[in-house]
Design a protein around this ligand. Structure first.
Ligand code: AMP
Ligand code: TRP
Length: 327
């Protein structure tokens, strides 16, 4: 079985982009692959989250992932900070990575633009992410399109490490879905749906109730030419809706676009399809919330499993780089 790993920040309510771009594929990979999924609370420290809120959100993110279909019997679900090797491995990789390559990361450039007091952690964020991946010898990393450049860095650092210190780390591949990898904001279809942007009407949360989902889809911004056609460049809003229907019904965007003449009919079907897609998540989430102790136990088991793999890789890397092993 090949090894897959992915991570998600505990930074708030999950939205449709997280689900379609990433989590749905994590669920599909369980069982057929040796899958590790990590709630990256150390990465969340680069944001402004209040300590009590970070703890709550970490717990709730675990609930959301279980509700979305992750099954701890078939995957390893754990919290990043429960495995101290993530921070240790980050240091080794920071001594391999260069300022120049981190400065080129577009996510850092966007988030730090014009801000002198930007945190060092935001700058080194992609190195911590590389450590997450390389510690588990992950061959494949299922993520949305926005993580492509970070994955390139993880590959580059693994290759460089192996070149300098001998074969030690597995070089990972990004796995980005062909449809759903870039879900756009319904009100601003030129930018991706994101939890860091305040756009309540443009963002569908996985726990939104059906009436809200339908209302948001009805109000989605399209264009005025009136033709149903899949063209992400010229018609970003409409094409986003076409993609949402395609991915939630297992059809191709071209098929979907060919089946409609009126925007209103398309929107009705998109709304209904999304309600059905998310219904089981909402139902499972309510059941899980009833037993918080169970989730804490599951995360403890996950951390144990994760740690045995991570510590073996860390020790291999530490030895290769020249650190003296403790007696
Ligand atoms: P984040 O919420 O930034 O921690 O992202 C978690 C996962 O969701 C990552 O794999 C992202 O690539 C993916 N993701 C986030 N936003 C979107 C989006 N608008 N469309 C598709 N995938 C997304
Ligand atoms: N940076 C990723 C995001 O914002 C989250 C992440 C952290 C991740 N570590 C990872 C994704 C390791 C894949 C693998 O979405």
């Amino acid at each position: 079985m090949s090894r897959v790993l992915s991570g998600l920040q505990p930074s708030g309510d999950l939205h449709l982009g997280n689900y379609l771009g990433a989590i749905r594929n994590w669920v599909a990979d369980q069982g057929a692959h040796d899958a590790f999924y990590c709630i990256v609370d150390l990465h969340a420290l680069t944001l402004d989250i209040d300590p009590a809120e970070l703890r709550t959100r970490t717990h709730e993110t675990a609930l959301d992932l279980l509700a979305a279909g992750l099954d701890p019997a078939r995957c390893t679900l754990f919290v990043q900070s429960h495995v101290p090797e993530h921070a240790q491995m980050t240091w080794l990789l920071e001594c391999i990575a260069t300022m120049g390559e981190l400065r080129r990361m577009t996510q850092f450039k966007e988030k730090s633009a014009g801000n002198d007091s930007v945190r060092v952690g935001l700058f080194t964020y992609p190195v911590l992410m590389s450590a997450d991946i390389l510690l588990y010898d992950a061959e494949r990393v299922p993520v949305g399109d926005d993580q492509r450049q970070h994955l390139e860095l993880a590959r580059e650092l693994a290759i460089r490490f192996n070149h300098r210190f001998g074969p030690t780390l597995v070089v990972p591949e990004a796995s980005i879905p062909s449809v759903g990898a870039r879900v756009m904001d319904l009100q601003h279809p030129e930018r991706k749906m994101s939890k860091s942007v305040n756009s309540p009407l443009g963002t569908i949360l996985i726990l939104d109730d059906p009436a809200d989902i339908i209302r948001k889809v009805k109000k989605a911004v399209t264009d005025t030419d009136g033709e149903v056609r899949y063209d992400r460049e010229a018609k970003p809003g409409l094409s986003n809706l076409v993609e949402l229907l395609a991915v939630s019904t297992g059809r191709t965007p071209a098929d979907v676009a060919g089946a409609y003449e009126r925007y209103g009919d398309l929107k009705n079907d998109v709304g209904e399809a999304l309600v059905e897609l998310l219904r089981p998540l909402r139902e499972r989430r309510a059941e899980l919330a009833a037993d918080p102790g169970e989730v804490a136990d599951l995360l403890a088991v996950g951390a144990d499993k994760a740690r045995s793999t991570a510590s073996a890789t860390y020790q291999r890397a530490a030895r290769a780089i020249g650190l003296l092993s403790p007696a």
